[in-house]
Design a protein around this ligand. Structure first.
Ligand SMILES: Cc1cc2nc3c(=O)[nH]c(=O)nc-3n(C[C@H](O)[C@H](O)[C@H](O)COP(=O)(O)OP(=O)(O)OC[C@H]3O[C@@H](n4cnc5c(N)ncnc54)[C@H](O)[C@@H]3O)c2cc1C
Length: 433
């Protein structure tokens, strides 16, 4: 293979498919390389699909994409070992087409997206791993070398959409080694149940869906969250925590998931289900400060490889698709203007991301990862106090409510002191403002 392409896209996940589709649709000669057997074979997600990002790439995707349920209700549970204090938001506005968020199963969805990439005219080759980037004497990226005989392939531009590990970017020196504080290790299972059982358990019908995000003592003080999402005839359940936390704790991700599933509020939702799929994957959660250099002479980085995940809102695939699309649009525009794929010209990609929700949102929460890492009380003490307080106030036992309120206040002060409480409130306000 010594053919030359306009663009080579490495990886066929959400970001790579978005980039390859946009590029091929514009008429460019595109090669997409994927190491998995098929697109999506190695990809893991909860998975919530945010329609807006895909709609900007394939406006009529709802007509044919394999979607599970549209989400009409989001629950947020702050948990201790036996209970949760929760907020549930359910709205009929989310139940009117065009729906805004869906649950999906990545293996099915990625296969569909990959077929669209092929239809748009890109050459997609699976079971092919890119080993290294090819560079000229000046250091400009001029192609890739794959794990096949005569595996050198050339292009004007290489887009790295190779996911959170991005061995290529690290090997090329574009990105530092993964910092265990910047990645979460998540595990996930899919439990199959009859459609009508899911609908009666979650008070939904037809294609309506419910998602639950969970935090608190379920992660043993580690920075992380759990989730439970309804699909058509299955439930996805998972949990993820920072790798650095797992390294210092005695519990494994698998044990953490087993405990989450056994929680008295979670177990009844999964009861009778048949577990058919188990997967583990890293999630880049370092936020704004972890974003590496994302462009250079002849290359751009998109998606998880560029650490584009908003862990606060559990958004990743939409940032992946948006960065993939914007990178592609930048290349198309430069090509049409007859400009070279140089670092100076590709700087436009970063500028466009700076102006988009991607960087604006990551910037907004830039201090949160460090804040939570240094203040574990938000993940342990407060969830426990909240649950204890709710239990005390709601239990009718002959004690008057004012005395209970005083006890609760004393409990908070005993755990955090007045200055501690005020300090924590200020820290949270600063991190979320
Ligand atoms: C448990 C879990 C739950 C999540 N839940 C959600 C959610 O509900 N909603 C959401 O929006 N996001 C969620 N995310 C995040 C989301 O999955 C990612 O942000 C998104 O998949 C990133 O897409 P990507 O294309 O950048 O990377 P990936 O989807 O990881 O794709 C990278 C691709 O590159 C290929 N590849 C890697 N190296 C090479 C190479 N050298 N040569 C060829 N191919 C290569 C891989 O095989 C893979 O197919 C979740 C993540 C996890 C792990």
């Amino acid at each position: 293979m010594s053919e030359k392409f306009d663009v080579i896209v490495v990886g066929a996940g959400a970001s790579g498919n978005a980039a390859a589709y946009t590029l091929a649709k514009s008429g460019l000669k595109v090669l997409q390389l994927e190491r998995g057997e098929t697109s999506g074979a190695k990809n893991v997600q909860g998975a919530i699909l945010y329609a807006d990002a895909l709609e900007r790439i394939i406006p009529d995707f709802r007509e044919e994409a394999p979607l599970e349920r549209h989400i009409i209700e989001q629950r947020m549970w702050v948990m201790d070992e036996r209970s949760y204090v929760g907020s549930h938001f359910r709205s009929d506005d989310f139940n009117k087409p065009p729906y805004n968020r869906y649950t999906i199963i990545r293996a099915k969805f990625d296969k569909w997206f990959s077929d669209k990439v092929k239809e748009a005219g890109a050459l997609v080759i699976c079971e092919t791993t890119v080993k290294t980037l090819l560079r000229d004497d000046a250091g400009k990226v001029i192609g890739v070398e794959v794990d096949r005989i005569d595996g050198k392939i050339y292009a004007d531009l290489v887009i790295l959409a190779d996911g959170v590990n991005s061995t290529l970017a690290r090997k090329a020196g574009f990105r530092p080694e993964l910092d265990p504080k910047h990645v979460a290790l998540a595990v996930k299972e899919i439990h199959f149940l009859p459609k009508d059982v899911i609908e009666s358990r979650f008070n939904i019908q037809d294609e309506e869906g419910v998602v639950i995000e969970m935090m608190g003592k379920i992660t043993h003080g580690m920075m992380g969250t759990g989730f439970l999402y309804t699909n058509s005839d299955s439930i996805s359940v998972g949990v993820g925590c920072l790798l650095s936390d797992f390294m210092t704790q005695k519990i494994t991700p698998y044990q953490l998931l087993e405990q989450l599933k056994a929680h008295p509020s979670v177990a009844p939702m999964l009861e009778g289900g048949e577990m058919k799929e188990y997967a583990a994957h890293l999630i880049p959660e370092g936020g704004y400060h972890a974003i590496p250099q994302i462009y250079g002479d002849g290359w751009m980085i998109v998606g998880d490889s560029g650490m584009f995940v908003n862990a606060v809102h559990r958004e990743g695939s939409n940032l992946a698709m948006t960065t993939g699309r914007i990178a592609a649009e930048t290349a198309i525009e430069l090509g049409r203007a007859g400009k070279a794929m140089s670092a100076a010209n590709l700087a436009l990609y970063r500028k466009r991301l700076d102006d988009s929700f991607v960087i604006k949102d990551l910037k907004k929460y830039k201090d949160l990862p460090e804040l939570l890492d240094n203040n574990k009380q938000f993940l342990t003490t407060y969830p426990e106090l909240l649950n204890r307080s709710a239990y005390a106030m709601l239990k009718v036992d002959g004690e008057d409510k004012r005395s209970k309120q005083k006890d609760i206040y004393r409990g908070f002060r005993a755990e955090r002191s007045l200055f501690g409480l005020l300090g924590d409130a200020y820290k949270l306000w600063r991190a979320f403002r």
